[in-house]
Design a protein around this ligand. Structure first.
Ligand code: GLN
Length: 485
């Protein structure tokens, strides 16, 4: 059994009867166990998985299987799963069990995917290295002394190491794309509103979006199509209907055959070291496949990090007020008063980075500072959106680096929060503008993967994924895998 098989190959194997879903699930469960030292999973749901796999086998036997029937899947531990712990990588939710499934979880389960467990993440999705997890750091399977990226680092590292063929993630400012790049796998953050946020623990609600990490664009398209769509339980989910997306899970993703025009933003390439040559080669590859390359400008790129860290912090500070030691989650021992209960439950339950965001966010929203920080950040956000809207008058897609460099060493940036925040310079702008963006492996620097980012106009996932399929048809970077047990 090839542990790096795409879900398309696995689905064909299941239909041919090469193996059953129960066998497939046992195989991946053993791999998860053998690679426990990577720390990619917070919980493994073996018993539930075997039951679901047996049910999927019956569906397969009846000839009623869909593209995800019987396929092993992992969810980032930020999605609520009924009856299974949902920790958000935090002590404050260490023992919390959700009473309902997130829409994403429910939709993929009803498509027949088999949940194998919940993946490790930075606490409440705040981080770029996975070092902010209460459950310990995740190791990068390409080099265990390096970070896998964050906050969906567990999902990306697990897919890269062949412990699971596909995993969900969430991306507020880069948390799908950056770990996908650091781990050498593909990951898509859809247009804001494409996927329901119901049952996905909120970090920064105007930015949070669920997405997928997998081996190639084809797999991303299949899973995305089955998890997206309008949800009456999330008022920000979009009613945009895409007949292409609705049918792609059955019909398959075709590499794009029209020559798109692709913009390369000067601001993103100016200080790029090792990655620049690889990205230029990737762009040339698309050019020789018929795309036209143009230089473009996104002049407000520099404002993205400060604007994001004010807006995201502000939203986080209000979203996280619900963890108060009363309603649910961790409660301190022997509180002396109500005030003491709130203070100690939160002080003991949250980690350092989460506290930093709550403090800066509360400050930015407070009387006297609101105009100077929050309002100004919102204005910058608008300017960044306008940069993109102007660019998409000129080009169909944008190629950019996903990260400033390769995965850094564990511990290198933990003492310098601002240096850590700067890691997100290339992923945050698209998040602020609500645009779909994905990261694909496009080469290696000193044995470590580098990602190429494609950014599209709102609801242009089709172009993004079909262009990715074109690139992956012509290159094999997505077929390189780390050596693991
Ligand atoms: N690294 C960014 C942050 O810490 C983005 C995280 C995310 O996308 N969830 O906020």
């Amino acid at each position: 059994m090839n542990e790096f098989a795409s879900i398309g190959e696995l689905a064909r194997g299941l239909r041919r009867g090469d193996y059953s879903s129960v066998e497939l699930v046992r195989h991946y469960l053993a791999r998860i166990q053998n690679n426990a030292s990577l720390n990619t999973f917070i919980s493994v749901t073996e018993d539930e998985a075997l039951i679901a796999a047996a049910k999927a086998d019956q569906t397969l036997q009846r000839g009623k299987a869909g593209p995800l029937t019987g396929i092993p899947l992992a969810h980032k531990d930020i999605f609520c799963t009924q009856g299974i712990a949902t920790t958000c990588g935090s002590r404050i939710l260490e023992n919390w069990i959700a009473p309902y499934d997130a829409t994403v979880v429910a939709r993929l389960a009803s498509a027949g995917a088999v949940l194998l467990g919940k993946t490790n993440m930075d606490e409440f999705a705040m981080g770029s290295s996975n070092e902010n997890s209460y459950f310990g750091a995740v190791l990068n399977p390409w080099d265990n002394s390096r970070v896998p990226g964050g906050s969906s680092g567990g999902s990306a590292a697990a897919v890269a190491a062949g412990l699971i063929p596909i995993a969900t993630g969430t991306d507020t400012g880069g948390s799908i794309r950056q770990p996908a790049a650091f781990c050498g796998v593909s990951g898509i953050k859809p247009t804001y509103g494409r996927v329901s946020r119901y049952g996905m623990a909120a970090f920064a609600s105007s930015l949070d979006q669920a997405g997928v990490i997998g081996h190639d664009a084809q797999d991303l398209a299949v899973v995305l199509s089955l998890m997206s769509g309008l949800d009456p339980r999330d008022s920000t989910s979009s009613d945009h209907v895409d007949s292409w997306l609705e049918s792609v899970a059955e019909s398959g993703l075709q590499p794009i055959d029209e020559g798109l025009s692709i913009g390369l933003p000067g601001e993103y390439f100016k200080d790029l070291g090792e990655g620049a040559t690889l990205l230029e080669a990737a762009a040339k590859e698309l050019e020789s496949a018929g795309c036209r390359l143009t230089e473009i400008s996104l002049p407000h790129t520099d404002a993205a990090i400060p604007a994001y860290y004010i807006i995201a912090g502000a939203e986080a500070s209000t979203n996280l007020s619900r963890y108060d030691g009363v309603h649910f989650g961790y409660r301190c021992e022997n509180p002396k008063s109500l005030q003491d209960l709130y203070q100690r439950s939160r002080s003991e339950g949250f980690g350092t980075e989460v506290k930093r965001r709550i403090l800066t966010g509360t400050y930015a929203l407070s009387v006297g500072y609101f105009d100077a920080y929050y309002l100004k950040a919102q204005k910058l956000r608008r300017l960044i959106q306008q940069d993109f809207l102007a660019a998409f008058e000129q080009v169909d897609l944008i190629i950019a680096p996903t990260t400033p460099g390769v995965a850094f060493h564990t511990g290198d940036l933990t003492g310098d929060p601002v240096a850590m925040y700067q890691q997100d310079i290339f992923t945050i702008p698209a998040s602020l503008a609500g645009l779909p963006a994905l990261s694909l492996p496009c080469g290696f620097s000193n044995g470590l993967p580098i990602g190429m980012q494609l950014i599209g106009a709102h609801f242009s996932e089709r172009q993004l994924l079909e262009t990715s399929a074109l690139y992956q048809q012509r290159t094999d970077w997505h077929q390189h895998h780390p050596e693991v047990a």
